[in-house]
Write a protein that binds this ligand. Structure first.
Ligand code: PGA
Length: 257
């Protein structure tokens, strides 16, 4: 992390877990355990669409932000089952995850659709968290750097340096997600730093230095501190461990270093 240059962000990704009726108890436990966190990081929970109203209400009186896990690239119209930027912002959604590897793997999202979703999000006040990352096979083939650079370049195609002030990138190696196989802090740092170099090439060093780059993939209460100590890892996108308020709180507190 480098708090002088950029924001530290700890984001939970609840995926397809939790019920609206469970949100209040989660919030009560979490906020008790993270007093004053706003002085060292932004904390967010990204929840299923139907849980957004309950989460927005429960976290309204707190400093914890609320985000969605996906959105449509289209403005409105005949897109059954989709949710638009306007519908998310209308209820007060502050963040949105774009291009999570599970969306890419199971729902056919591509670098191009990620780019379209990012452009749609940037017409609003929501903060996009754009996910990139390699599969195990790609890592073993030695193409991680090239692959992640390509994902970043396509996702950011047509996005200005000014717009980058509102974009967050999450490096999530696919093989580390939900597997308990965390990248070593050194390996995660190498890729996060490479992403920053890509940003410096696309824009300039000042713009690149100001972008928060999160690590995701089996980050938990035990390994968060080491990962967050890396200079180019500015936070986490946390799945499994964000479902337990105590573990998520430990990660938020680990960012206070
Ligand atoms: P995990 O998920 O922490 O359960 O590995 C991370 C993510 O998918 O964002």
């Amino acid at each position: 992390m480098n708090r002088e240059l950029r924001k530290t962000i700890i984001a939970g990704n609840w995926k397809m877990n939790m019920l609206s009726s469970e949100v209040q108890a989660y919030k009560d436990e979490l906020v008790k355990l993270v007093p004053g966190f706003k002085t060292w990081c932004d904390a967010v929970v990204c929840v299923p669409f139907v849980i957004l109203p309950a989460a927005l209400q429960a976290f309204d009186s707190t400093d914890v932000g609320v985000g969605a896990q996906n959105l449509s690239q289209f403005e409105s119209g005949a897109y059954t089952g989709e949710v638009s930027v306007a519908q998310l912002t209308d209820i007060g959604t502050e963040y949105v995850i774009i291009g999570h590897s599970e969306r890419r793997e199971y729902y056919g999202e591509t670098d191009e659709s990620v780019n379209e979703k990012l452009k749609a999000t940037l017409t609003s006040s929501m903060c996009p968290i754009v996910c990139v990352g390699e599969t195990l096979q790609q890592r073993e083939t030695g193409v991680t750097g090239d692959l992640v650079a390509m994902q970043v370049k396509i996702a950011l195609n047509g996005i200005s340096a000014e717009q980058m002030k509102n974009v967050v990138i999450a490096y999530e190696p696919v093989w580390a997600i939900g597997t308990g196989m965390t990248a070593t802090p050194e390996d995660a740092q190498v890729v996060c730093s490479a992403i920053r170099n890509v940003l410096a090439d696309l824009y300039d060093k000042k713009t690149a230095d100001a972008v928060s780059i999160l690590y995701g993939g089996s980050m938990n209460d035990k390994n968060a501190q080491e990962l967050l100590a890396q200079p180019d890892i500015d936070g986490g996108l946390i799945g499994g461990a964000s479902l337990k308020p105590a573990a998520f709180a430990t990660i938020i507190n680990a960012a206070n270093q």
